[in-house]
Design a protein. Structure first.
Length: 413
């Protein structure tokens, strides 16, 4: 697409036609899960309507199911700069992370250490933390600087050392949007021979991810965050994946990537992953699918950052609004977390919905370590607004105006 055709984009998301209390619904809750593109909805209906089946059958619907899965693996590989045989699907990224952690930790021994990040969603913390506790492995932390809202990497050589076997870090904070300097972390981890696990759940909806360039051994994301169905995705470097010994049923496949996919998968949802990524591809241009995806992300970033600028500038001029964001020079996703003085986040979000038809979320968003470090747990966490490709400048302006109204009338319940 030469120009960003917002009307054509919005027409692909039927949820945007919803009204609430007589107003058109405005969805700024994308970080918790985006709205679903029509192509993915159609794929789910098509799969269920035409006859689903389990795998390895000698009949058409079984062969078709296997083909849908393979097509989704191939396009996920193009999305993330990986190979199709490295792509595994699961219930969600959390369940996949627990399965991988349980498998990897089989080989951990006394004296080993792992490194976790205070910026992360607990999906990329607790699976590794639980395994470390079971194996008696020491845990070190990449700390958050509460002033800069970035990871403090000044003592990186001490945190990641010759005993480190695994480093888990996010590509982008799902709470405050900070994009950490993962290149420095990966470089140090590789010097120690440590594996690197990246949580890309919040990153993939907003910017292009290249597993090879990042140097990630394992990368996790979820299709329901980028316009698709509830499917978790784990991409594991082939050489590592082949050595994984996941807990599974004895007759289940021992080959990659199937050996990580326990039980019968959600085949209808997996079939809908491909159209979700094709939506991103449709926004770009190029002679290969990967190039079109990269080009599509450029369009998404430009549009979303424009909207985020409107909201950040607007909130910065409203008395009583406290925005939690890193400095302007720090890369961020279009995700804005803030608090309103004198109003609980839950009450604020309820009023935004009931009075303005604007859907925003409140809480800690499972980034509880970060929330504790910033001392927002007891005050109800954050109010979080997240941009998506289908949001408009008018919606961003409406959001800022709605915040102004609530702050002018804080007791108007």
């Amino acid at each position: 697409m030469a120009l960003y055709q917002i009307d054509q984009i919005r027409n692909q998301f039927p949820a945007l036609d919803r009204t609430y209390n007589g107003r058109s619904a405005v969805y700024f809750d994308g970080p918790g899960g985006s709205q679903v593109v029509q192509g993915s909805i159609d794929a789910i209906v098509r799969y269920m309507s035409h006859g689903g089946a389990n795998l390895h059958g000698q009949f058409p619907s079984s062969r078709e199911t296997e083909e849908y899965i393979q097509q989704s693996r191939e396009i996920v590989a193009d999305l993330l700069g990986a190979r199709a045989e490295e792509v595994a699907f699961g219930q969600n990224s959390t369940s996949l992370a627990f399965a991988i952690a349980r498998s990897l930790s089989r080989d951990w021994k006394e004296g080993d250490e792992i490194v976790l990040s205070e910026l992360d969603h607990r999906c990329n913390v607790d699976p590794w933390l639980s395994a470390a506790m079971e194996k008696g492995v020491k845990v070190r932390w990449l700390r958050v600087n509460p002033e800069t809202l970035t990871l403090d990497l000044t003592n990186l050589d001490a945190v990641i050392n010759e005993k480190t076997v695994l480093v888990a870090v996010t590509l982008a904070s799902n709470a405050i949007g900070t994009i950490p300097a993962v290149d420095k972390i990966v470089q140090r981890a590789k010097l120690s021979g440590a594996l690197v696990v990246m949580d890309a759940v919040h990153a993939v909806p907003h910017f292009a991810v290249d597993r090879e360039k990042l140097g990630a051994d394992i990368l996790l994301c979820s299709a329901y965050k980028f316009f698709g169905p509830h499917v978790g995705i784990a991409v594991s470097r082939k050489e590592l994946f082949a050595t994984l010994r996941p807990y599974k049923l004895q007759p289940a496949p021992d080959y990659i990537p199937d050996k990580l996919e326990t039980g019968t998968q959600n085949f209808s949802a997996i079939s809908a992953v491909k159209p979700a990524i094709e939506f991103i591809e449709s926004l770009g241009s190029g002679e290969t699918r990967r190039k079109r995806i990269l080009s599509g992300y450029q369009a998404i970033e430009k549009h979303e950052n424009k909207l985020a600028h409107v909201i950040r500038e607007g909130l910065g001029n409203i008395p009583g609004i406290i925005v939690y964001q890193a400095a302007a020079e720090v890369p961020k996703t279009p995700t804005i977390a803030f608090q309103a003085e004198g109003i609980l986040p839950s009450d604020f979000c309820k009023r935004m919905a009931e009075e303005q038809g604007i859907f925003v979320a409140d809480g800690h968003f499972y980034a509880t370590t970060l929330a504790q470090r910033l001392d927002v747990i007891d005050s109800g966490g954050w109010i979080r607004a997240g941009m998506a490709p289908y949001n408009t400048v008018e919606e961003a302006e409406k959001f800022v105006n709605a915040v102004k109204i609530i702050m002018m009338h804080p007791l108007n319940r």
